[in-house]
Design a protein around this ligand. Structure first.
Ligand SMILES: C[S@@+](CC[C@H](N)C(=O)[O-])C[C@H]1O[C@@H](n2cnc3c(N)ncnc32)[C@H](O)[C@@H]1O
Length: 363
């Protein structure tokens, strides 16, 4: 389980405050929090429901929410392992900024009976646009509250709307051939990074690795593995590498496992928040090779916190002489971060848009 001190829990987020003003009305039944973000006041939530003697459960695709909920004794399920098949009581879906994930949840939820189905989210995350879309499909949806740039709706599931949602999403698993330096079948689903295409930055990293010397044996870690592209490509080139692929998203882990299986490749896909959660999977001497196209966006603003954490902590997880390879948009200040953490780095390739960096652990 990640060390919670590394998770930036901002319990004062507008959505958290908005949620708490509704809680009094929800204490008469069990509550299912679906797709709950990590930055809720979990302790307070657990206390309120314990006092009312009502159970709360969490179902989420975000490993950080699973850990935060479990830490205060709330039963939580990670989507990578389990999708809900039966929900008792009221269900609240947090509408995510990644719309495909929201549609996937809606599809699951509309197939299950509920005492009440609620939708909550931030206005700039598309909750009101979703409500309009569902209303246009003749779904019985009505607004219960709005404040702090958040809104809460109640929804009655009707068959026509269910069909509409399913048509509007591509939640089925897809397989494609990637024609890079080598072919690889990629298996993915809506909600996984760069679903149905290969990210330009990741393609550049692979092309660069194909032309440059890099570790070809030992323990490889792919951080933020998405559908598994980078790690799978490397183990296909060098079966002497042992792959650990990590991601915070349950969908990504499922996709990576499917990509590895589709190509007959070995490797493990594990849940982690950057390095938090990886202690049990780290070899005693550290990894020989770490690769990443690091996550840098959270919501609509640019945020380097994740990449900064990745680069500053990487040396602790690497053996002497091990290599860290990263690709990033050229405007991101990763050179400075690498210089600080490794005292040296190489800018291996750059294009108008991206840079590929390499840093070697020297001691
Ligand atoms: C830029 S994508 C790269 C995906 C894949 N490696 C590729 O090249 O296509 C970054 C990935 O990091 C994951 N991610 C986001 N936050 C994370 C975190 N805190 N810890 C680990 N992975 C995270 C995302 O789910 C996403 O799959």
């Amino acid at each position: 389980m990640p060390n919670l001190s590394t998770i930036s829990l901002s319990a004062s987020s507008p959505l958290n405050q908005f949620l708490f003003r509704q809680l009094g009305a929800w204490l008469d039944q069990p509550l299912n929090l679906i797709g709950a973000p990590a930055n809720l006041d979990w302790q307070q939530l657990a206390s309120v429901f314990a006092a009312a003697q009502q159970p709360v459960q969490v179902w989420t695709n975000d490993w950080r929410s699973v850990c935060a909920a479990q830490a205060v004794g709330i039963q939580s399920f990670f989507t990578a392992d389990k999708a809900p098949t039966r929900l008792v009581g009221r269900s609240l879906l947090f509408w995510p900024k990644a719309k495909e994930e929201g549609y996937w949840w809606l599809e699951q939820l509309l197939n299950l009976p509920h005492e009440q189905l609620l939708l909550a989210g931030e206005s700039n995350g598309g909750i009101n646009a979703l409500a309009k879309q569902l209303k246009a499909a003749d779904l019985a949806i009505s607004k219960l509250d709005s404040a702090r740039r958040c809104a809460l709706y109640t929804l009655n599931a009707l068959a026509p709307a269910k069909d509409l949602i399913i048509q509007n999403t591509s939640t089925t698993t897809s397989s494609q051939q990637w024609a890079g330096p080598d072919e690889l079948a990629l298996v993915s689903q809506a909600g996984v990074f760069s679903h149905g295409r290969v990210d330009e930055g990741s393609a550049l990293l692979i092309k660069t690795l194909a032309q440059q010397p890099h570790p070809t044996q030992g323990q490889l870690l792919d951080i933020g593995c998405g559908c598994g592209l980078l790690g799978a490509w490397l183990v296909k080139q060098h079966p002497t590498l042992t792959l650990t692929a990590a991601d915070v998203s349950g969908f990504a882990l499922k996709a990576t496992r499917a990509t590895l299986a589709a190509n007959g490749l070995a490797g493990q896909a594990v849940a982690a928040d950057i390095f938090s959660g990886l202690a049990d999977y780290t070899p005693e001497q550290g990894f020989d090779f770490i690769i990443s196209n690091p996550p840098f966006h959270t919501g609509k603003t640019t945020d380097y916190e994740l990449a900064s954490r990745l680069i500053s902590q990487a040396p602790q997880f690497m053996r002497k002489g091990a290599e860290l390879w990263l690709v990033a948009n050229r405007f991101l200040p990763y050179g400075d971060l690498l210089q600080q953490a490794f005292k040296n780095f190489v800018l291996v390739t750059e294009t108008g848009k991206f840079r590929v960096y390499k840093a070697i652990k020297s001691n």
